[in-house]
Design a protein around this ligand. Structure first.
Ligand code: NAD
Ligand code: UFG
Length: 349
């Protein structure tokens, strides 16, 4: 079975491609490297020992994207490609709407044209906004507060409409909580541009000496220690969730949302302590004001994914910290050879 993976050289995409190859799927990756590095392609191949097709294509270029559909047999699409920085989306909303929405419209239009009606979509827990209570179930009201989140909610709604128009579609909307960690090999991981926005890459960059100290955004939330609580999920567990969702959509039609989280929340200070304990690295920190737009607590009720998909997160906080640190310490500047385009995959331009 052949799976088209958009955004397959990015953080979650690269880990999912490894799992797909390990499970003997044929994989076709499309990416424009707007937030990733070609080096990840050879690392994926190295870890899996398998080859796959790669197209350097921007989803905004419908003509180029169509060459992928006309050249390959595709059974299903896993759609990761998108811009994801909340703060940046507030500064350049048109770019976010154009990239995420137009890119998705081009993709699903071609899927319909080529009769590829199976899709797994990367949504986000951000669609729940500030939840009235935790844990969060899929039937909670949706309420987004920034352009990035709005693109995710709009795409969910577009995909619901597409299914209403043609019930042969089969779509899984995966609402991720907070992915951290890296492949156990230490060869692929999260490689943010510039100063990280997210907690774990910030911590690992403090640990490796690139940043001086962590600023904890607020210690006056109504949480046990006053710092924000999130549902951190190991990226490999998340990747495996995509294979389970794929099995589900291949065997039935419909459109369904699933929370992919562990069901357990950790505070910022608990993450710092867990990281220090498991890695032996000291993380200096100080408290700062709350970050605009942040919520106190966010964690999943993941039982729907367990019941319907047979998926459950297995890796605990210790593994998440160890694997994040292995990746960062072995790749202190992230993916190297930034301009090396001689990767050993099938590059079709
Ligand atoms: P990422 O930035 O590492 O990966 C996204 C990939 O998409 C990148 O390789 C980028 O180059 C590519 N891309 C972006 N726009 C493109 C376009 N127009 N054409 C072709 N390629 C394009 O991000 P990630 O963390 O791996 O996230 C993957 C998906 O999951 C995104 O849609 C993101 O919004 C969603 N998500 C991520 C998180 C998280 O915390 N990482 C949480 C919830 C949801
Ligand atoms: N935090 C700090 N200092 C930092 C970075 C983060 O204290 O330098 C705190 C935040 O205030 C929050 C927690 O660490 O309490 C987690 O913050 P992240 O930025 O790592 O993650 P968020 O929960 O804010 O957002 C992430 C993704 C969003 C996605 C959301 C829900 O960045 O895109 O999870 O899935 F929408």
């Amino acid at each position: 079975m052949a799976i088209l993976v958009t955004g397959g050289t990015g953080y979650i995409g690269s880990h999912t491609v490894v799992e797909l190859l390990n499970a003997n799927y044929e994989v076709i990756v499309v990416d424009n490297f707007s937030n990733s590095n070609p080096e990840s392609l050879s690392r994926i191949k190295e870890i899996s020992g398998k080859d796959f097709k790669f197209f350097e294509v921007d989803l905004l270029d419908r003509g180029e994207l169509e060459t992928v559909f006309s050249n390959c047999v595709i059974d299903a699409v896993i759609h990761f490609a998108g811009l994801k920085a909340v703060g940046e989306s507030v500064e350049i909303p048109i770019c976010y709407y154009h990239n995420n929405i137009t890119g998705t419209l081009n993709l699903i239009d071609l899927m319909q044209k080529y009769d590829v009606l199976n899709m797994v979509f990367s949504s986000s827990a951000t669609v729940y906004g500030a939840p009235k209570q935790v844990p969060i179930s899929e039937n909670f009201s949706l309420n987004v507060t920034n352009p990035y989140g709005r693109t995710k909610l709009m795409i969910e709604e577009i995909l619901n409409d597409v299914y209403t128009s043609n019930s042969n579609w089969s779509i899984a909307l995966l609402r991720y909580f907070n992915p951290i960690g890296a492949h156990e090999s230490g060869r692929i991981g999260e490689d943010p541009n510039g100063i990280p926005n997210n907690l774990m890459p910030y911590i690992t960059q403090v640990a490796v000496g690139k940043l001086n100290e962590l600023k904890v955004f607020g210690n006056d939330y109504s949480t046990p220690d006053g710092t924000g609580v999130r549902d951190y999920i190991h990226v490999v567990d998340l990747a495996k969730g995509h294979l389970k969702a794929l099995e589900k959509i291949i065997s039935s039609n419909g459109v369904e949302a699933y929370n992919l989280g562990t069901g357990k929340g950790y505070s910022v200070l608990e993450i710092v302590q867990a990281f220090e304990k498991t890695t032996g690295k000291k993380i200096p920190y100080s408290f700062g004001p709350r970050r605009s737009g942040d919520i106190a607590e966010c964690f999943a009720n993941p039982t729907k994914a367990e019941k319907d998909l047979g998926w459950k997160a297995r890796r605990g906080i210790k593994e998440m910290c160890i694997d994040s640190w292995r990746w960062q310490s072995q790749n202190p500047i992230g993916f190297q050879n930034k301009n090396d385009k001689n990767y050993a995959t099938t590059l079709i331009r």
